[in-house]
Each structure stands twice: as structure tokens, then as C-alpha cells.
Design a protein around this ligand. Structure first.
Ligand code: GDP
Ligand code: MG
Length: 634
């Protein structure tokens, strides 16, 4: 075992350990210099995780079950992969082949889920891949779309990255779900439909090629065959007499594909059982084609052998990469632009350091408070200035009061009739006393209570909405804070509304008292009753007896005074309690959040937001690196 490992480490990739010469000529070294930078570029982009953002050029290997996919990959990589009948490849396997300079040991690493295992013995590949599949897809015969990455570094491989996919099965075997065929196909489709993928379709020579499911799928996603390369396997198992047909296919005369066909002969089961090494198999393959009556011409046309396939694939991949670069660069540019825009929109979030976080939140709160204060002071700047809205509501209130004056006469008449009907005693109509005056005033005033309360409610809604808008704008990325603020605003507004409601009720209670020192009243009184000896009426010398007959004018004058009192008093109560005091309460309650345990609670809730922002930042960072890397290729 030890001996085998060291010999493997040097160059041999044989299963049996019997071979000792490197696979010279399999991979043309002159290609290396031209090819390597491109493959390295894509690998480095993959390494920084760009594949999460956009598709990178790659080669996907697809084919029906047992068409020879693993055999082809094995011949290319020089490593024995799990093989057998039935479903063997149950998860996508990304095979990264990296040529390293001579004298370096064969090395490999397998990555899946959280697992990363390095090893230096090629014979362990099969076991590791099987373990990985078991972990991802479970025991048995199910499939899974989690990717396994197998990296192989060796002087004997070509620079290629290939993805081996589960073979297309038509009939589920025992233990497989009914729709296994569809599951596999949809998994395959996610890889082959990308423009960045070269589809390597493996088809055995001994079947009807035109009806192969894999070729059909490749044609569906790439009708012109621009990125489809077909590989014909098992030429040694061909039905006698069908060689000419196969030859026509390889010559691209039957189902034309712009990348064409390559025919290869891998080790059959018998040769594996006989432990024929891969190197030996390469020689056997060449001999086979050389001697083949129909296929020997294909050697010169470079349409046969694994060697030829390796060269062509590498070249194709590089051409493909070159072609994809402008698109890649374009996509990166666009994504970066979008990301930066989104990042600029979500303001700098909380720092990770707890102390700094506290300062950060103080700053956020201060900003919020400042905005609320500006709003409550009616400072211009915001689009719908709160005071404009308030004024318009207060004006409606005033307009309503004024409108009651125009219907005053009818109202008084109605009230008088009512009084007449219900309360008049022995006196003749028209002889009213102060009680009647008072009752009339009280009845008139009480009618204004409902509209006053309506004004209060409308304004509460207006203010509450504007406060909430401020909290949404300030705590845009902080759902928890927005929620806390919204609740506080609602609570405070409810409390304040109840307070104002109480004050308005009290005001109306007081209005029942009927009182004024207002000049208008006395002016009216004096105008309706000539002054006795130049004396003017005042509250103290009381209106003369005759004024009783002037009571409609006096009533009107007094009502005017009440209206003026209420026109100011109601808005002032509302403005003071609903806006000024509310804003103060809200600001101090929000600052109170910064005390003790509350801060951590608030911060914990925000981590989701900062995670999103960090993710975006990471994406932007890696795309920036990718952009720099790409720019050297133009
Ligand atoms: P997969 O299911 O597509 O991965 O197919 P495998 O690579 O496991 O091959 C299926 C069977 O066909 C295996 O027993 C291989 O040894 C055999 N096989 C593959 N290629 C050839 C070939 O060119 N000639 C012969 N005779 N057998 C082959
Ligand atoms: Mg296989």
C-alpha cells in the first residue's frame, strides 16, 4: 500500500499500481500556457464565491445510465470514480482537474456540506465520493442536488472542470420514487440550460443515437448545438454492420452539432476485472482505432481517442471562457450597480461591537427625536407639512361654527317653540326671563360638542400618521424599532386624546354657565338700548329691563362670543396635547429604550437586517474583486 501510494504520487494513475511511466502526450503541454490563465481565472472567481451571483463557464457531463460517463471522466482524470450498474452517481459531482508541475505529489480534496477532506491516495477517491453521496442523498438509491466538489491536482491531468451528473433513468428501481426520472432530468436541466455550460453528451455506439434521452435534452436547451459536444463510447461493442452509420454520425452528417462528435473507447468491465491500467487502456484504445477498418480515418481527423477529447475539451472550454468574458463582465457590472444602489439606500447599520452599537442606537434615536421635534414645531421641509393639514382641519371647525350662525335664527325659533310648548307658564308669549336666555344658550352650545370631538379625532389620525411615517423613515431597516415606535405613538395618542376629550367636555360644561366680559356683548347691548344719562352698560350695572325684549340680539351677540371662544379654544387644546405634549412624551419614551436590558433586545431583533446588509456588502466585495480580475483580460 505504502509503495503503491508513493508510485502513485509521482505519476502513475493505475488502479493496479503496476504502471510507472507518466501518461505522456495525453495532455499537450504546449496548450498549457495559453489555457491555464483562463481556467485559473474562472477557478479564482469560483473560489471567491462568484458562482453564487452568476453562472461561470463549466462542462457538464450528461448521459443515460451506463452510457459510459464515469468511464470517460475516469479516463480524463486518471482516477477511479464509483462505477457499476444502476444509479451510481447520485449527486452532482464537480471534478476540478488541475495540472501541477512535475515532482509534486498527487493530491486531492473533497468538499461537501461542511466537510473538507484532503487526501493523497487516488484509490481513496471512490470511497470518499460514496461517503459524500451517502451523507447528502442518504443510503439507497435516491438522488440529491447538493454539489460534491472533488479537486484533483496532479502532473498528469489536464486543466479542466467538469460536472458529473446522475444518469438518466427511465424506470424507477425498487426504493426509488416514481418520479425519479423527472427528478434527475430537472436536476440535469439546471446545469445544462445555462449558457455558460458546455454540455458533454455521452452516448454509447451500440444504441440508437437519435433517440437518446440525453441528446434530446441537450438539443432542447441548445437547439443549434453550439455548446453541445457528443462523445460516443463503447465502439468495441458495436453491432456488426452498423459501423458505417456510426461513422456518419461521428462525421457530423446525421445529427449535426457545431462542436461535433468524438469517439472514445474506455475500459470495459472485463478490462477492469483484469486490472488493465488506465495507461495501458490508452494504448489499447489507440491500437483499437488504428486497426479499425472503419474508424481508423478518425484518428487523423482528431475525432477519436480520450487524448483527443482531452485536448479538444480544454480548448473548447477556453474558447468558451473567452467568449463568455464580455457577458460575465457585463453581468458583474450590472449586479454591482444594483447592489451599490441598494446598499446606499439602507443606511449604515449597527456596528458589531456592542459598545459602538450603543452609540449607534443613540444616534438613530437622536435623529428620530429631531425629526419628531421639527414636525411638532411645524418646521418646513417635509412634503406634507403637518401644520398645513392642521390649519385646514381647524378652518373646517371654524367654518362649521360660522355656518351655525347663519342658521341661528331658525334654531332659536325651534328652541323657542319647544320652550313655549313645554315650559311656558302663565305669561303671554314674548315675555321671556333670563332662564329662557340661559336655556337657549345652553341648547345652542351643546350642539357644537359633537363636531368638536370629530375635529379632535380627525387630527389625532393625521398626527398619528405623520409620527408613524417619521418612525418608518428613521427605522426603515429596523422592524422591531418601527414596531415599538408605532405602539408607543398609538398609546400616547390614545392617552392624549382622552385627555383632550376630557378638557373639551369640561369646556362645554363651563359653557353651560353663560358668562362673558367680552366687549361685543356690551356694545350690542348699548346699541340696542340707548344709554341712560350717558352711562354705558356693563356687567356690573346690568342690562336694563328693556333689554329683555332685545333678547334675540343679545342672544346672537353672546353666541358670537361663544363661537369665537370655541374657535380658538378647541384647536389650542388639540395642538397642545395632541402635538406638543405628544411629541415630548414620544421623544422621552424612545430615549428610555436605551436604558438597560431594552437595548440588547432591540439590537438582537435587528441582526436579521444587518445580516442582509453584510451579505450584500460581501457580494459587492467579491464582485469588485471579480471585476478587477476580469479587467486584466480585456
Ligand atoms: P455511467 O453510468 O454512464 O457512468 O457508465 P459507466 O462509466 O459506469 O459505464 C458503464 C459500463 O460500460 C461499465 O461497465 C464500463 O466498464 C463499460 N464501458 C464504458 N465504456 C466502455 C467502452 O468504451 N467499451 C466497453 N467495452 N465498455 C465500456
Ligand atoms: Mg456514472
Amino acid at each position: 500500500m505504502e509503495k503503491e501510494r508513493s508510485s502513485l504520487g509521482e505519476f502513475s494513475l493505475s488502479d493496479s499500481g503496476e504502471s510507472s511511466k507518466p501518461l505522456e502526450g495525453v495532455f499537450h503541454s504546449h496548450l498549457e500556457e495559453r489555457v491555464r490563465p483562463y481556467i485559473d481565472l474562472i477557478d479564482s472567481l469560483r473560489l471567491i464565491g462568484v458562482e453564487e451571483d452568476l453562472a461561470l463557464p463549466s462542462i457538464a457531463v450528461i448521459g443515460d445510465q451506463s452510457s459510459g460517463k464515469s468511464s470517460v471522466l475516469e479516463a480524463l482524470s486518471g482516477v477511479a470514480l464509483p462505477r457499476g450498474s444502476g444509479i451510481v452517481t447520485r449527486c452532482p459531482l464537480m471534478l476540478k482537474l488541475k495540472k501541477i508541475r512535475g515532482g509534486v505529489q498527487w493530491r486531492a480534496a473533497i468538499t461537501y456540506e461542511e466537510e473538507y477532506i484532503e487526501f493523497d491516495d487516488p484509490s481513496l477517491v471512490e470511497g470518499h465520493v460514496k461517503d459524500a453521496q451517502k451523507t447528502l442523498a442518504g443510503d439507497g438509491v435516491g438522488i440529491c442536488d447538493e454539489l460534491i466538489t472533488l479537486e484533483i491536482m496532479s502532473p498528469e491531468v489536464c486543466d479542466l472542470t467538469l460536472i458529473d451528473l446522475p444518469g438518466i433513468a427511465r424506470v424507477p428501481v425498487y426504493g426509488q420514487p416514481e418520479d425519479i426520472g423527472d427528478q434527475i432530468k430537472s436536476l440535469i436541466r439546471t446545469y445544462i440550460e445555462k449558457d455558460q455550460t458546455i454540455n458533454l453528451v455521452v452516448v454509447p455506439c451500440n444504441v440508437d443515437i437519435a433517440t437518446t434521452e440525453a441528446l434530446k435534452m441537450a438539443q432542447e436547451v441548445d437547439p443549434e448545438g453550439k455548446r453541445t459536444l457528443a462523445i460516443l463510447t463503447k465502439p468495441d461493442l458495436i453491432d456488426k454492420g452498423t459501423e458505417k452509420n456510426v461513422l456518419d454520425i461521428v462525421k457530423n452528417q446525421v445529427i449535426p452539432l457545431s462542436k461535433g462528435y468524438i469517439i472514445v473507447k474506455c475500459r470495459g468491465q472485463k478490462q477492469i476485472d483484469e486490472k488493465i491500467s488506465l495507461e495501458e487502456a490508452t494504448r489499447v484504445e489507440r491500437d483499437f482505432f488504428k486497426r479499425h477498418e472503419y474508424f481508423k480515418c478518425l484518428l487523423n481527423e482528431e475525432k477519436a481517442t480520450v487524448q483527443c477529447l482531452a485536448t479538444k475539451l480544454t480548448q473548447d472550454l477556453v474558447d468558451h471562457i473567452k467568449k463568455s468574458l464580455p457577458l460575465l463582465s457585463e453581468q458583474i457590472k450590472k449586479q454591482l450597480w444594483d447592489l451599490r444602489k441598494e446598499l446606499s439606500q439602507c443606511e449604515a447599520g449597527p456596528p458589531l461591537d456592542p459598545q459602538k452599537r450603543k452609540y449607534f442606537f443613540i444616534a438613530v434615536m437622536m435623529k428620530f427625536n429631531e425629526k419628531i421635534n421639527r414636525l411638532s414645531c411645524g418646521e418646513a421641509g417635509n412634503e406634507d407639512n403637518l401644520f398645513v393639514q392642521l390649519r385646514s382641519e381647524f378652518k373646517k371647525w371654524k367654518d362649521h361654527l360660522d355656518s351655525t350662525k347663519s342658521t341661528f335664527h331658525e334654531t332659536v325659533q325651534t328652541l323657542m317653540k319647544e320652550y313655549d310648548l313645554k315650559y311656558r307658564g302663565r305669561e303671554l308669549p314674548g315675555f321671556c326671563d333670563y332662564n329662557v336666555f340661559e336655556t337657549l344658550v345652553q341648547a345652542l352650545v351643546i350642539q357644537l360638542k359633537g363636531p368638536a370631538m370629530d375635529t379632535l379625532r380627525v387630527i389625532r389620525d393625521t398626527i398619528q400618521k405623520q409620527f408613524s411615517d417619521v418612525s418608518k423613515a428613521c427605522f426603515n431597516n429596523y422592524p422591531f424599532l418601527t414596531c415599538v415606535a408605532t405602539n408607543k405613538i398609538d398609546n400616547i395618542q390614545s392617552k392624549q386624546e382622552a385627555k383632550v376629550e376630557q378638557r373639551i367636555l369640561e369646556q362645554f360644561e363651563m359653557e353651560q354657565l353663560v358668562y362673558t366680559q367680552d366687549g361685543i356683548y356690551f356694545k350690542t347691548l348699548n346699541e340696542t338700548q340707548p344709554a341712560v344719562d350717558g352711562q354705558k352698560a356693563s356687567e356690573n350695572n346690568c342690562a336694563g329691563l328693556d333689554s329683555r325684549s332685545k333678547y334675540p340680539e343679545m342672544l346672537k351677540a353672546y353666541y358670537e362670543i361663544v363661537v369665537q371662544r370655541l374657535a380658538d379654544q378647541v384647536p389650542m387644546l388639540i395642538r397642545y396635547f395632541m402635538l406638543k405634549e405628544s411629541a415630548q412624551l414620544l421623544c422621552s419614551e424612545m430615549l428610555g429604550l436605551l436604558d438597560g436590558a431594552n437595548v440588547t433586545e432591540v439590537l438582537r431583533e435587528e441582526s436579521e437586517v444587518s445580516r442582509h446588509r453584510i451579505n450584500m456588502q460581501n457580494r459587492a466585495d467579491r464582485l469588485t474583486i471579480a471585476q478587477e480580475k476580469l479587467s486584466t483580460f480585456f
